[in-house]
Write a protein that binds this ligand. Structure first.
Ligand code: UT7
Length: 352
């Protein structure tokens, strides 16, 4: 059986840099609050008239294709992870395919809806396809354009200051070299707190999970008026919401747990990790995880300071920058770990 290796990687972040100070013109917040609670100093916002989640993804994908030394036509499967798709449907996978001009119909496209864990879920799916011998060049993309759907009023400040736009992509290939590639992936989920970090409108829920909330659904049983109501729009119910403290408390437990699960499976311990790339949710969460596992500063990579939380894009962007900065060498044990909405969480160990 083959192993799966990351044969190429690329990232793209939009040009427009947005400081914490810039946000203060729209909401009651301060640079000090944001830096102290999250570590974030700037984030990037895409050009809403010229860019979309799939075009950001395509730019990262082209770099990954180039890095792998393959041509676009070699891609035999596409996996696209995002929570901020161009359209409700179809997914970004086919839009990216069109953007890349590889609409020959040979490669399938799969969309992943696992928010901050999306890239890792995609990596695990790709790993199974490669190991089985089914595909030889899988393009996995994580991309987000959060800036189009955030509440920039003071009411939405706990969410909107955190998120940024960007994209990361990898090319996954089989390898027969036993000393490299993905050693294991671990995926978990628990829907108990599904609405505690969510964007629930528009959706088909019809109020089912949240009876006490007034969504403004009509009394008459008319088909078609339940997906989006005027009341939802007027009341600003189209934005993501987050119970930050609950997410934080769960994240700092699940990150170390799922990292240890992977390490134990391969007979390794935290001291064997050469580089941990945690999902860039909050610098405080990464620091907590680092302390809990007893890792040195040089064993953990963070770049949330520059890009904010880019959800499905955060791990490939961080991995790409860590590589560019020469912080990962051949033979290193690299650990990826994620936690996010759902809740969903996971880890991967890769021998580089
Ligand atoms: O990718 C996975 C998804 N997300 C996460 O991992 C996020 C996990 N959670 C967090 O990162 C933190 O909970 C936050 C950064 C979101 C919030 O930090 P916190 O220390 O948990 O703050 P809090 O929600 O308990 O709020 C503390 C205070 C509140 O004011 P009062 O009630 O004490 O007067 C908030 O209204 O801070 C206020 N606040 C803000 N103040 C200034 C919330 N957001 C802001 C803001 N600027 N942007």
């Amino acid at each position: 059986m083959y192993r799966t290796k990351i044969a190429g990687i690329g990232m793209y972040v939009p040009e427009k840099e947005v400081s914490n100070e810039w946000l203060t013109q729209y909401m009651d917040t301060t640079n000090e609050w944001i830096v102290e609670r999250t570590g974030i100093e700037t984030r990037r916002y895409a050009d809403k008239h010229k860019e979309t989640t799939s075009t950001l993804g395509a730019k990262a994908a082209l770099k990954a294709i180039d890095d792998a030394g393959i041509s676009k036509e070699d891609i035999d499967f596409i996996i696209f992870a995002t929570l901020s798709p161009d359209y409700y449907f179809p997914g970004c996978g086919v839009l990216l395919q069109r953007e890349l001009g590889i609409t020959h119909g040979e490669a399938g496209a799969l969309d992943i809806r696992n928010q901050c864990s999306g890239f890792l879920y995609g990596l695990s799916v790709a790993d199974q396809f490669i190991k089985s011998g089914m595909y030889k060049n899988i393009l996995l993309v994580g991309a987000e354009m959060h800036s189009m759907g955030l509440d920039f009023s003071t009411e939405g400040r706990n969410v909107s200051v955190i998120f940024g736009d960007g994209a990361g992509a990898v090319i996954l290939q089989p390898t027969e070299n036993e000393n490299e590639g993905i050693l294991t992936t671990k995926l978990h989920s628990d829907g108990t707190h599904a609405e505690e970090l969510a964007m629930i409108n528009p959706g088909s829920h019809g109020g089912y999970h949240l009876h006490e909330v007034d969504f403004g659904f009509p009394d008459e049983d008319l088909p078609g008026e339940i997906f989006v109501t005027q009341h939802m729009l007027d009341a600003g119910m189209m934005y993501p919401n987050m119970n930050g403290q609950l997410v934080f408390k769960n994240a700092v437990v699940k990150f170390p747990e799922v990292i240890m699960e992977a390490l134990i499976e391969v007979g390794a311990s935290p001291s064997d990790i050469d580089m941990l790339i945690p999902h860039q949710a909050n610098l405080r969460i990464s620091q907590f995880v680092q302390r809990k596992l007893g890792l040195r500063d040089d064993q953990v990579f963070n770049n949330i300071q520059k890009y904010g939380n880019t959800t499905a894009a955060s791990v490939p962007i961080a991995l790409c920058e860590a590589l560019k900065e020469g912080k990962i060498k051949s033979g290193d044990l690299v650990c990826l770990a994620v936690f996010g909405s759902g809740f969903t969480w996971g880890s991967a160990l890769i021998r580089w």
